[in-house]
Design a binder for this molecule. Structure first.
Ligand code: KG4
Ligand code: ZN
Length: 341
């Protein structure tokens, strides 16, 4: 293969086992194995996730290397998600990466999962016409919305990120998933709400929006608001109004998120805005952000779909910046379920 700096990256923080190969910042492969085992339980079961990671990790790394057309001998550094996440899941990826680092005698790079979600916006991607999509210039703001986090991040450079707002309770992804559960939809409900919302009226029902100071968010009240509303309705109401309910819930969540993005832009004066994390795959959020950007003259950036939900390409791109800054770690590093930036 062409020589350049080749990084093998591994992501295993929750229920996706993923590996990616990047050469000089270009993503050559991004292989993701989803774990369907959790669907029947209505949420991720940590012990089952760890076991599935153990089963998946060798074939996933092998597939990532083969797709990229390279071999272990070509790898110059190994990167892994160190935090935050489910500890048993993180341990599988961390131990695998450490073992490879030791066996190949190549440096190890520890990556913060939330930092990687933000830097997913820096992955150059090609459009259908073969043109390279533009990536944001610094400084930029990033709304990071996933199943575990909801943050507004001010990115001053690839390795200088500051959290300027975050949720005080549930994450936006939880708001989608918990509301979906109340509607009888299986886990994870976010993508299903998105799908049904496309067919419904977003203004059909009104749900309370919280008044939270500064750039922080709260989503726990929305679930309660949906619950109380549904309890007052006659039998069969959900089935008859599912599309409108999904559209209205999605509209409320998107509104809560984008009001704070607008406030963050007013406060910082930074007009480059990105989104990241699993919920950034939401079509309502993507469209609304684009429309607001056009209306207010912001530059908006939305990562390619496969780089929105958990994936190792975002770990690889972050590791590429860390590699250039010689930010390596030693073999005694432990993964951490919770970690501040
Ligand atoms: O970033 P991610 O893949 O994993 C975490 O680190 O949490 O995010 C998963 C979350 C779940 O809550 C899922 O329901 C939500 O992202 N999600 C969506 C969509 N796709 C994934 N929520 C709304 N609309 C979507 N299209
Ligand atoms: Zn994530």
């Amino acid at each position: 293969m062409n020589k350049g700096t080749c990084i093998l990256a591994i992501e295993s923080s929750c229920d996706e086992t993923s590996a990616s190969v990047c050469v000089d910042g270009q993503i050559l492969s991004n292989y993701i194995a989803n774990q369907s085992v959790h669907e029947q339980y209505g949420g991720v079961v940590p012990e089952l996730a760890s076991r599935a990671h153990i089963q998946n990790i060798v074939p996933v790394v092998d597939a990532a290397l083969r797709t990229a057309g390279c071999q272990l001998a070509d790898v110059d550094a190994i990167a892994f998600t160190q935090a935050p996440g489910l500890i048993g899941s993180l341990l599988v990826g961390a131990q695998f990466a450490k073992s490879l680092s030791l066996a190949l005698q190549k440096p190890l790079i520890a990556v913060h999962h939330m930092q990687a979600h933000v830097l997913a916006n820096l992955i150059p991607t090609r459009t259908a016409e073969g043109n390279e999509n533009s990536v944001p210039t610094f400084p930029f703001l990033c709304l990071t919305v996933s199943g575990g986090h909801t943050q507004i991040v001010l990115a001053k450079s690839p390795l200088d990120l500051e959290v300027i707002g975050e949720t005080i309770d549930d994450a936006a992804g939880e708001a989608f998933d918990k509301s979906a559960k109340l509607l009888g939809l299986p886990y994870p409900g976010g993508p299903l709400v998105d799908k049904r919302a496309k067919l419904g009226n977003p203004l059909a029902f009104q749900f309370a929006e919280p008044q939270i100071p500064e750039l922080n968010f709260s989503f726990s009240g929305l679930k309660t608001s949906v619950l109380y509303f549904l309890q007052k309705q006659p039998a069969g109401f959900i089935e008859q109004n599912l599309d409108d309910l999904c559209a209205s819930i999605q509209h409320t969540i998107v509104n809560i998120l984008l009001k704070k993005v607008k406030k963050a832009i007013q406060q910082t004066g930074v007009r480059n805005v990105c989104i990241a994390g699993g919920v950034s795959a939401n079509s309502g959020l993507r469209t609304a952000l684009q429309q607001m950007g056009e209306k207010h003259g912001w530059k908006t950036f939305i990562p390619k779909f496969e780089y929105c939900t958990d994936n190792a390409a975002m770990i690889a791109i972050t590791a590429w910046y860390k590699y250039q800054a010689a930010e390596f770690t030693t073999l005694d590093i432990s993964p951490s379920a919770r970690a501040e930036w």
